[in-house]
Design a protein around this ligand. Sequence first.
Ligand code: NAD
Length: 393
Amino acid sequence: MNESVIKAGIIGSGFAARFHFDALKRVFSTKVEVVGAYSRNPEKLQQFTSERNIQAFQQVEELIDACDVLHVCTPPVTHEPLVLAILQKHKHAIVEKPFTGYFGDGSSDFNGDTFPRQTGLDHTLESLRRMLDAEKSSNGRIMYAENWVYAPAIQKEREVLEKTGGQILWMHGEQSHSGSHSLAYGEWRLSGGGSMIGKGSHPIAAAIYLKHVEGRTRNGAPIRPKTVSARTHAITRMDTYDDKGHLQTHYKDIEDLAMVHIVFEDNTVANLFASELVLGGVKNRLEVNANNHRTVCNIAPNDAMQAYTPNESYFKDVYVVEKTETKQGWSNISPDEGWFNGYQHEMDAFYRTAAFGAPIESNSSLAADVIATIYAGYVSAAQKGTEVAITTL
Ligand SMILES: NC(=O)c1ccc[n+]([C@@H]2O[C@H](COP(=O)([O-])OP(=O)(O)OC[C@H]3O[C@@H](n4cnc5c(N)ncnc54)[C@H](O)[C@@H]3O)[C@@H](O)[C@H]2O)c1
């Protein structure tokens, strides 16, 4: 492909489709035309496309045929079949997190609390193999839309590692907030798990990415995750939970808190945390402790801008920061949340790949390591934290 206009298509018309479209408007490295979108819900699709003056496609195959790059902005259970269909037609697939997973056996009484975790891991590894094999036989590439990889703070840490040859000894990271509003998020058969995959996939990906970068810099090959120990809990589903109404509580058969301890091939470690039980706005943070530096990557909140109002009614039309319960008093207002989160940086990078063949930082190998770690983590959590080996593909 060259510098001619790259044609983009969006699959889905919900939350992620909206921020992908916004990020596409800020791609500056090449010319992009958003051709259209397809989604399962015809009314929402119509609204999404007419508001953005793009075509609504009736069939996903027609959208794939009309585009060079497809954005998979649909629930996790749909990611594998859509990515395979896109790659089969030799087009590029930008796929949202989580890359893939285990969504049950299709039975109506499938229960995310009780199914054997080893079955989940085995099926997930098969899904990963199918996706990686499909990429090998396609001219299209998988671009894993893990925005944390492209967040400026994480990319700055990449620069530090590459320029100083530092060795990361341990990391400490978290994504938490007061819970997802999406009903699909609370059901394992649609989401593939709870906090560990839904939120933990971000800090887990950033930690694994940085060890990949360190390995490439120091030894010419990524340092991969080796084992995982994990615990999961469903706090809001406990009989003893005292609900004051500030946290989401609609989870059916998923965990709302997860802790993950990863040991890498070089025996260095990362502790990652994810939960639906944190008030005061989203917490997106990774701390890196290396042999020659220490960085604290505050993606959100950060103190780029702080705002105070004595009465939140003044800010009723002002966006402050993701998932805050109140705008009254002091807030860590995010002046450009998409920028800090890495949304537009990831899009620009992916289109540099589509146009000029630039290497992909958040690639299918990273996506596979993250998902293999998480599903080995679910096996560990079922054994109350026993160390489990991670299969890297
Ligand atoms: N990177 C991030 O920060 C971030 C944030 C939110 C969501 N996500 C991810 O984005 C994905 C979508 O989440 P969302 O919040 O936009 O969900 P959503 O429910 O808002 O939207 C999902 C869309 O997919 C459509 N859809 C469902 N099944 C489909 C199918 N088989 N074919 C075509 N369209 C289909 C629905 O009609 C809907 O338009 C998930 O994987 C989620 O984890 C990522």
